[in-house]
Design a protein around this ligand. Structure first.
Ligand code: ARG
Length: 278
């Protein structure tokens, strides 16, 4: 199908600063939409982030985003492209991994509250987010599109006029939909999780969803009667790993990401998770 991934590792690392300051987050209370104020880091966690001598890293993700991350119905485990990347890097650096499922909109607050050491959730490194977190290099790039029911006959953004378009709360798709809505004139509805959007589309409460092509692909295959068209946009929905500002994990994670790219392991994972559904 569509995949035209490309790497922009060199480009982005030139822009992104590598934090070398503080240590990492603290052990949290488990999965949570975090509203609590930042906690003091506890002693046992990640004192020794760069040496990789044991310890557990807490990764927060929003497991509603197959093939990046979703809950496997049989095992109940969170699986996906991002999970394989995280497991590989953590084990290479000598850490155990504890994966927490948090609504996408709560991921950065969770990290800011010291409840996660990093976020791996198909998250795009936007300038706005960079004010609050540090990002790794981009490891995958995708594009946004509109998904709707085939019988609606929608084929261009102009057709959305007067309709209701769903997006994930806190995502770049939310911002893009709001910009488009100003131009074209439609309502934007926000939901915490992608499956809610799909259900509401199927139930006719939403006319369309603005989402990422790679994630849409799985739903296009599993649900009949859906159609899609591309949103003209210069911006790609690249994915990178997010860390608390100043985290000393950024550099070792980038090294490992680049090793994965050079060794071909990243390509293998891309074929495993993205080509599998085409
Ligand atoms: N790439 C988009 C963003 O950063 C959407 C990511 C959504 N990820 C998820 N796990 N639901 O805003």
């Amino acid at each position: 199908m569509m995949k035209k991934y490309k790497w922009s590792v060199a480009g982005l690392s030139a822009i992104l600063s590598v934090g070398l300051l503080a240590g990492c987050g603290a052990e949290g209370d488990g999965p949570a939409e975090v509203e609590a104020p930042a906690e003091e880091p506890t002693e046992e966690v990640n004192e020794d982030a760069t040496s990789g001598e044991g310890g557990t890293l807490i990764m927060a993700t929003s497991a509603d985003y197959p093939p990046y991350e979703s809950v496997d119905l049989e095992s109940g485990e969170i699986v996906g492209f991002d999970i394989d990347i995280a497991n590989h890097i953590a084990s290479e650096l000598g850490y155990e991994l504890d994966i927490q499922d948090v609504d996408f909109n709560g991921l950065i607050p969770a990290m800011e509250a010291g409840r996660a050491d990093f976020v791996l959730a198909g998250m795009t490194p936007t300038e706005e987010r960079m004010e609050n977190v540090d990002f790794s290099d981009i490891y995958y790039e995708a594009q946004n599109l509109i998904v709707s029911k085939e019988d609606q006959g929608l084929s261009a953004v102009e057709d959305l006029e007067g309709l209701t378009v769903g997006v994930q709360l806190g995502s770049i798709q939310e911002g893009e939909a709001e910009d488009l809505a100003e131009e074209i004139g439609f309502n934007v509805e926000k939901r915490d999780r992608i499956p809610e959007l799909i259900q509401e589309l199927l139930a006719g409460r939403l006319d369309a969803i603005l989402m990422e092509d790679t994630v849409a692909a799985g739903y296009m295959e599993s649900q009949s009667g859906l159609a899609q068209f591309e949103v003209p946009s210069e911006e790609l929905a690249g994915s990178a790993i997010a860390f608390p500002k100043g985290s000393e994990l950024v550099e070792p994670f980038n090294d490992k990401l680049n090793e994965m790219i050079d060794s071909g392991l990243m390509d293998e994972l891309i074929i495993k998770w993205f080509d599998a559904e085409e």
